[in-house]
Design a protein around this ligand. Structure first.
Ligand code: SF4
Ligand code: SF4
Length: 136
């Protein structure tokens, strides 16, 4: 299985080789698609992890033991879909194809499993219907 997460590193964990251990010790495939890390501050990493449910759970427990806060990416991504007017402005900026117009209904489809928390849609939407909290 594949799942997307946001990891928040406290200052003391920023220099620890977490992704190395996830790959080597827990046999996980890790794909980092967004990062915000400043020396001396909290760091944020958005990543996709692939492995069995047991491997992923063990890897997350290891990350938490280092003080890293782990949450599923969908908790950081919100869209007020019921207010959407299907104008398509957000689709034009979403390079990951998470946002697409349905060719039959001409309504917006949002596939959160493709979202990279780039936040471009937050300013593209004229109604400000997105709340993307990658860096809180
Ligand atoms: S944050 Fe918005 S624009 Fe960026 S990938 Fe996710 S849905 Fe697309
Ligand atoms: S930009 Fe806003 S209103 Fe337009 S389709 Fe996207 S979410 Fe809907």
């Amino acid at each position: 299985m594949k799942s997307r997460y946001v990891f928040v590193f406290p200052t003391e964990a920023i220099n620890k080789p977490l992704t190395y251990h996830l790959v080597k010790d827990f046999d996980l495939k890790v794909n980092i698609f967004n990062a915000y890390i400043n020396s001396g501050e909290e760091g944020n990493l958005a990543l996709e992890i692939e492995g069995s449910p047991g491997q992923i759970q063990a890897g997350l427990e290891f990350a938490k033991s280092l003080g890293v806060e782990c949450s599923t990416l969908d908790k950081r991504v919100k869209l007020e879909h019921d207010r959407c007017i299907n104008c398509g402005a957000c689709v034009a900026v979403c390079y990951s194809d998470a946002l697409k117009m349905d060719a039959n209904t001409m309504e917006l489809n949002f596939d959160k499993d493709k979202c990279t928390v780039c936040e471009l849609c937050t300013t593209a939407c004229p109604l400000q219907l997105f709340k993307i909290n990658f860096v809180e």
